[in-house]
Write a protein that binds this ligand. Structure first.
Ligand code: IPM
Ligand code: MG
Length: 362
């Protein structure tokens, strides 16, 4: 049956990296005869410029009607002065909320080729393979009330609400335990239960859920300690489960362990594994249009799309292996370049993946 991918390139380097992922997708379709169609739509600043809103109704409709969504990146300095509601980032948050994409999977894997690109010592990071499971549709990102008001002393005050219901915690915990069952059977839940009641509930509910997954070893860490452990001894972690805000922060930190944030894909899934796939880096306005961005995070996001939303592990493996082959062959974009390797641009890297893919399928 024909499957549809909504492709939302967005802003900054978004269109450049998406173009490379589409080259890879076209190659896979041609080589393996996959019945997949794509439809592109505007999102973020590009949508705001063209239509006055970062998440136009037709983009949301396309996302809802598609089997999966591939997204580049949104945002940039041009749109920073806009009202909060019109900012490109709202489109991302809007899609996550509207499509109920509560489970955000952010794998942080260190390719052996890039061990020197990490800012940490090789023995601390070599072999690193962590899966961060971030709750994505709740917590302080969405809690109400929120805003900026004038208080009784006539001063402005800003406020946000950290709120999680038991069921929201339970479902993300279940996702994380199931993922741990397919990996090393180790789950670390991160909270701030010593200070925040909401995350004390988080800890209690995760502990209850653990009873259904006796084969997974559960431990809890406070977020400050988890941040320290991530840079002290990251290989102690298998699956890290955390809330929306802590997950945002810890996943950037984990990304850097792998040498470049330009390498890391992500999946945001609903309860039926319909998902949105995007690189975890942003729109990188400083390098946009220069043809030097690393497309690998986006290409690896496409691999995750095949694995999680299409249940097609074979195609996912083809893409992942092609990335390894291109790295084996010495191709490096500027962010991961080191002496003795070939520095290539965005499009050359995409072509290297396509060549590797074609060779491995034949
Ligand atoms: C991320 C990003 C987003 C987030 C921004 C762009 C809204 O940082 O996906 O990690 O905070 O979730
Ligand atoms: Mg982030």
């Amino acid at each position: 049956m024909m499957k549809k991918i909504a492709v939302l390139a967005g802003d900054g380097i978004g269109p450049e990296i998406i173009a490379e992922a589409l080259k890879v997708l076209d190659c896979l379709k041609a080589e393996c005869g996959l019945p997949i169609e794509i439809e592109q739509a505007l999102i973020g600043g590009a949508a705001y410029d063209a239509m006055g809103t970062p998440l136009p109704a037709q983009t949301l409709k396309l996302a809802q009607q598609s089997d999966a969504i591939l997204l580049g990146a949104v945002g940039g300095p041009k749109w920073e002065p806009l009202d909060y509601a019109a900012r490109p980032e709202r489109a991302l948050l809007g899609l996550r909320a509207e499509l109920n994409l509560f489970a955000n999977l952010r794998p942080a894997i260190l390719y052996p080729h890039l061990v020197d690109a990490s800012t940490l010592k090789p023995d601390i990071v070599s072999g690193l393979d962590i899966m961060i499971v971030r709750e994505l549709t709740g917590g302080i990102y969405f809690g109400r009330p929120r805003g900026v008001r004038v208080n009784q002393s006539g001063e402005r005050e800003g406020f946000n609400t950290l709120v999680y219901s038991e069921s929201e915690i339970r479902r993300i915990a279940q996702s994380a335990f199931r993922i741990a069952q397919k990996r090393e059977h180790k789950l670390c839940s991160v909270d701030k239960a010593n200070v925040l009641e909401c995350t004390e509930l988080w800890r209690n509910v995760v502990t209850e859920v653990a009873k259904e997954y006796a084969d997974v070893e559960l431990k809890h860490l406070y977020v400050d300690n988890a941040a320290m452990q991530l840079v002290r001894c990251p290989k102690q972690f298998d699956v890290l489960l955390t809330d929306n805000l802590f997950g945002d922060i810890l996943s950037d930190c984990a990304a850097m362990l792998t040498g470049s944030i330009g390498m890391l894909p992500s999946a945001s899934l609903d309860k039926d594994n319909k998902g949105m796939y995007e690189p975890i880096h942003g729109s990188a306005p400083d390098i946009a249009g220069k043809g030097i961005a690393n497309p690998l995070a986006t290409i690896l996001s496409l691999a995750m799309l095949f694995r999680y939303s299409f249940g097609d592990a074979e195609s996912a493996c083809y893409v992942e292996r092609a990335v390894t082959s291109a790295l084996d062959a010495g191709y490096r974009t500027a962010d991961i370049h080191s002496e003795g390797t070939a520095k290539v641009g965005t499009s050359e890297m995409g072509s290297a993946i396509v060549d590797a893919l074609r060779a491995s399928i034949h």
